[in-house]
Design a binder for this molecule. Structure first.
Ligand code: ATP
Ligand code: MG
Length: 201
């Protein structure tokens, strides 16, 4: 099987994530794309992140209607911060015969490529960097055989903006799937001013 892996905080999952995954699934002939919500993200230690269960459930709701989309608990069930290398090792251990394609936005790709164990990452998966408005998709210095850049329809949506909208009483309809709007309202996510991005120290 050709398996796409889409990691993210998904706080909340939005249509930018879903369009990127769908586009890569079709272009690369992937049999399945597994969405992997992170545990406590080490890059975002300075802001409140919704509970792993809330982020997991929103991801399940958002992906439920697509037969090729699934959700994995490997990162949220592993104690401690999430590192992509652990995500890929766990998925490979669960699915040893699958070929892995890690799907990531231009911003996250640039970050990953700056890590020191990047060679190990490339052994575990092929990386697909997708366009993201506001972030340049550059092929400078990328190992061509392990990283492919893919244009996807531009969706200027971010989770940060969605959270700010909810906190400010603005709508997120059509930025996130309907079921996610309803989940956010039902559990009052992001409504607390503490939940908006504020420096803690
Ligand atoms: P936040 O604003 O909280 O950082 P986010 O919108 O960046 O949230 P993440 O969960 O951090 O969402 O992103 C998960 C992955 O999806 C990353 O690889 C990111 O680059 C990618 N991504 C997020 N939004 C888009 C988008 N609109 N188009 C393409 N890729 C995206
Ligand atoms: Mg992000």
């Amino acid at each position: 099987m050709r398996l796409g892996v889409m990691g993210g905080t998904f706080d909340p999952i939005h249509h930018g994530h879903l369009v990127a995954a769908s586009e890569v699934q079709a272009r690369f002939g992937l049999d399945e794309v597994v969405f992997v919500p992170t545990g406590q993200p080490w890059q975002k230690a300075d802001r409140h992140v919704s509970s792993a269960e809330d982020r997991y459930l929103m991801t399940v709701i958002a992906t439920a209607s697509n037969p090729r989309f699934t959700v994995s608990r490997v990162d949220i069930d592993r104690p401690g911060p999430t590192f992509t290398i652990d995500t890929l090792r766990d998925i490979r251990d669960e699915r040893p015969d699958d070929e892995l394609f890690f799907i990531t936005g231009a911003d996250a790709l640039a970050e990953i490529l700056s890590w020191k164990d990047v060679e190990h990452l490339f052994q575990l998966a092929h990386f697909i960097g997708v366009t993201r408005p506001g972030h340049e998709l550059s092929d400078k210095g990328l190992p061509e055989d392990r990283v492919t850049l893919q244009e996807v329809p531009a969706m200027a949506i971010s989770s940060t903006d969605c959270r700010a909208r909810v906190a400010g009483g603005e709508p997120v309809w059509y930025l996130v799937p309907d079921g996610v709007v309803q989940y956010i309202n039902k559990y009052h996510l992001y409504a607390d001013p503490q939940a908006t991005p504020v420096p803690v120290h």
